[in-house]
Design a protein around this ligand. Structure first.
Ligand code: S3P
Length: 465
């Protein structure tokens, strides 16, 4: 391996730039992870649903969360963003609930964010306003029938202007919605959440059946805000979620844990690099999100987890286990990996981490098979095609077989050009590959990283020892 680390840039590169990442001789560092994107979106949205003031500390500051904050302002709430000296962001939201939403003249811009579009669709379904939710070219290519069908069944006026249920999506809110009993066709926390949020305005109990459990932040956070949400196991690994309509959402303060999806890049870098020792602070370890930690440990990774107490200043957060969000400091060191089989249920618990898991698999001995990963075609890009093309260009042996991904390792990665397809998770995956590849790796359209992790490239330079 070329041991001469050369930093070509230190900050967020421009939109059309290519990022050149050189191999690193050693990786050392102590990093604070950005605020969890999924929790930041929800904390902002639930603050809009409440009557009063909510303070959200340690929020993610990526473009996606800013889209949600912007929509909150467009709907008439006071949403103040305060940036701290340490790169953290605090939001103060003053809102008057759904009843206080203002009719907006323009479209509500979700940018690149599927979470903003799908969850706001559920929220707006039970409001008194008519709104158009739209986004960038990537979001306009993503399927929305999965939320349009249930929300229409609840009585909301919702339609897509694009082909085959693609955005823009127009929602004519209704003062009262019908509760439904809905089995989600694909495991999706966004779809589940859209239905549950519409269920807040339904006259009775709304039920969502998931065949595979997805991230449960909506359920935990609504419970913490006084809403009756019940969860019970169903079938083989499935779950039934029930929500009572008509209960008010309480305003509350929340400290957002570090994003495990951001930590995943450093967990893999710290594992596959031969001389690495990294500490990642305050990472969320919610059981429905920690799949990548458990999968890497099963492959042989050395990850030491030190659970943290609940934040002392989150006095309004109920400390009951079903409402809190567990956090831990993670310590990762270089390790040899072995191949594993990953089941569809495990894919759901690591849905955003599959690209970086594929990179780990290129360094594992044997054949790793990741089963039931077809949903990756519907993300910010077609991540199945994108990760296979990008890692193949670097010399990996990876192929897509139907909905499965098959990786043969270990492979020696060579510096090459890999295109992120303007997808943040692919950009960060290929940049991490560059840390162990021989010769420079160029990442096309690297600025996409700022959708979820604006400080990613600065952290990448920081950990070169
Ligand atoms: C998210 C759910 C997942 C995930 C996305 C965030 C959420 O999407 O990929 O990054 O915050 O609910 P799907 O619901 O489409 O699986």
């Amino acid at each position: 391996m070329d041991r001469h680390a050369v930093a070509d840039f230190g900050g967020v590169p421009g939109a059309d730039a290519l990022a050149a990442v050189h191999s690193a001789s050693r990786l050392r560092g102590d990093l604070h992870m950005p605020g969890d994107k999924s929790i930041s979106h929800r904390a902002l949205m639930f603050a809009l649903l409440a009557d009063g003031e909510s303070r959200i500390e340690g929020a993610g500051d990526g473009a996606d969360v800013r889209s949600t904050a912007g929509i909150g302002r467009a709907l008439g709430a006071l949403v103040q963003r305060e940036a701290g000296n340490d790169g953290t962001v605090t939001y103060r939201v003053h809102a008057r609930g759904v009843a206080g939403f203002m009719q907006t003249p323009g479209t509500l811009d979700c940018g690149n964010s599927g979470t903003s579009l799908r969850l706001f669709a559920g929220i707006l379904a039970g409001s008194a306003v008519t709104a158009i939710l739209d986004g960038d070219a990537s979001l306009r290519g993503r399927p929305m029938n999965r939320i349009i069908e249930p929300l229409r069944a609840m009585g909301s006026g919702i339609r897509a202007a694009g082909d085959d249920g693609r955005p823009p999506v127009t929602i004519e809110g209704r003062a009262s919605l019908e509760p439904i009993d809905w089995a989600t066709p694909v495991p999706s926390a966004q779809v589940k959440s859209a239905i549950l949020l519409a269920g807040l305005c339904a006259s009775g109990t709304t039920r969502v059946h998931e065949s595979v459990a997805t991230r449960d932040h909506t359920e935990r956070m609504l419970r913490a805000r006084g809403v009756k949400v019940r969860t019970s196991p169903e079938g083989d690994g499935g779950v039934l979620i029930e929500i009572e309509g008509g209960t008010a959402v309480r305003a509350m303060d929340q400290v957002v844990p570090g994003d495990p999806s951001a930590a995943a890049f450093w967990l893999v870098a710290g594992t596959i690099h031969p001389d690495a020792d990294l500490i990642l602070r305050g990472v969320g370890t919610n059981p429905t999100r920690r799949g990548i930690i458990d999968l890497l440990v099963r492959m042989g990774a050395r990850i030491d987890e030190r659970p943290l107490p609940d934040p002392p200043d989150a006095t309004d957060v109920s400390l009951q286990p079903d409402t809190g969000e567990p956090r831990a400091d993670l310590h990762v060191q270089s390790a040899d990996l072995r191949a594993i089989e990953v089941s569809p249920a495990e894919v759901a618990s690591a849905i955003d981490e599959i690209p970086i898991l594929c990179l780990a698999a290129t360094q594992a001995t044997g054949r790793t098979t990741i089963r039931g990963a077809g949903e990756l075609r519907n993300k910010e890009s077609d991540r199945l095609a994108g990760v296979a093309a990008g890692l193949t260009a670097l010399g990996a042996k990876i192929r897509v077989d139907g909905d499965d991904i098959v990786v043969d390792g270990p492979a020696r990665l060579l510096g090459a050009a890999s295109d992120s397809l303007d997808d943040h998770r692919l950009a960060m995956t290929f940049a991490i590959a560059g840390l162990i590849a021989t010769g420079p790796t160029t990442v096309g359209r690297p600025a996409s990283a700022s959708v979820s992790y604006p400080g990613f490239f600065a952290d990448l330079e920081r950990i070169r020892a």
